[in-house]
Write a protein that binds this ligand. Structure first.
Ligand code: PLP
Length: 282
């Protein structure tokens, strides 16, 4: 695989990062994941906008423009002949002798690589995903796409131990989001509920696109927190993320949701999203 590191395209085994990189020592960095479908970037503008925001919120500065980043992503897709999968981008504050404070002129580390993954025909899109709930033990600025993912790693491990494919994070009775996805419930009278954006969750790029498509399809949307009880009583539940698009959740903590099968509203939204992705990918 060819990867990009600080201005150079290199074979992955020749790309090296300092042991003093602040991403490694402090988790002082942010990341972004963009889906690739038919060799093209999906919702690239949304991901570049969120990238700029994450970097700004940690007081950093991108070393190159987002147009240049998109050009690098496209070159990586071509070099690696990637048809479907993701492009991962990581920005860290850079490398220098260990100290909480850093030099203002420290050059950041910018790393990008591709990963092959089946998305459009993923088995989970038909089979559905089982969810396990866990307490949300993350920090208070979840709107920043921080590389500090230990709570999510632990949550996913707990979920997997129970045969579940995703963990839902709970703040008291309320669901904040999935460990790596935005959470939605659809009530028995057809209202789609998902949290509004705030510092409590990551503002999902797929969420933005899906909500636009749902509105265009005249579906009713409520942006507000929802409880685990509302989820258990829902007609359908689903999740969205760049690397899954939209996927159905068929079980929460061992209890079947709705019919226990992927529902019609999910199927419609998935079809609309894939059409949108194929039409607008660059
Ligand atoms: N919420 C969290 C905590 C995530 O990690 C992710 C994606 O990884 C999402 C939501 C979904 O965001 P997006 O649709 O931009 O991939």
């Amino acid at each position: 695989r060819i990867v990009y590191l600080n201005g150079a395209f290199l074979p992955e085994n020749e790309a090296h990062i300092s042991i003093f990189d602040r991403g490694f020592l402090f988790g002082d960095g942010i990341y972004e994941v963009t889906a690739v479908l038919d060799g093209k970037l999906v919702d690239s503008d949304l991901h570049m906008t969120r990238l700029k925001r994450s970097v700004r919120e940690i007081g950093g500065e991108l070393p190159i423009s987002t147009d240049e980043i998109v050009a690098i992503e496209r070159k990586l897709i071509a070099e690696n002949a990637l048809n479907e999968g993701v492009v991962y981008l990581q920005y860290t504050r850079g490398a220098e002798d260990r100290d909480f404070l850093y030099s203002e002129d420290l050059p950041p580390t910018l790393l990008l690589f591709t990963q092959q993954k089946t998305i459009a025909h993923a088995a989970s899109a038909e089979k559905g995903i089982r969810v396990k709930t866990v307490p949300d033990q993350r920090w208070a600025r979840r709107d920043i796409k921080s590389i500090c993912l230990l709570p999510q790693v632990m949550a996913k491990r707990t979920a997997k131990a129970e045969g579940c494919g995703e963990a839902w994070m709970l703040d008291g009775d309320y669901v904040t989001e999935g460990a790596s996805s935005t959470a939605y419930v659809m009530t028995r009278d057809g209202r789609i509920i998902t949290r509004g954006n705030s510092q409590v969750t990551l503002p999902g790029c797929t969420r933005l696109a899906i909500l636009d498509l749902a509105r265009e399809a005249d579906l009713k949307i409520e942006e507000r927190p929802f409880t685990l009880e509302e989820a258990m009583d829902a007609q359908e539940i689903f999740l969205t993320s760049a690397s899954n698009f939209i996927a159905p959740i068929v079980e929460v903590d061992g209890q079947a949701i709705g019919t226990g099968e992927p529902g019609p509203v999910y199927r419609r939204l998935r079809q609309l999203y894939i059409e949108h992705a194929r039409k607008t990918a660059i």
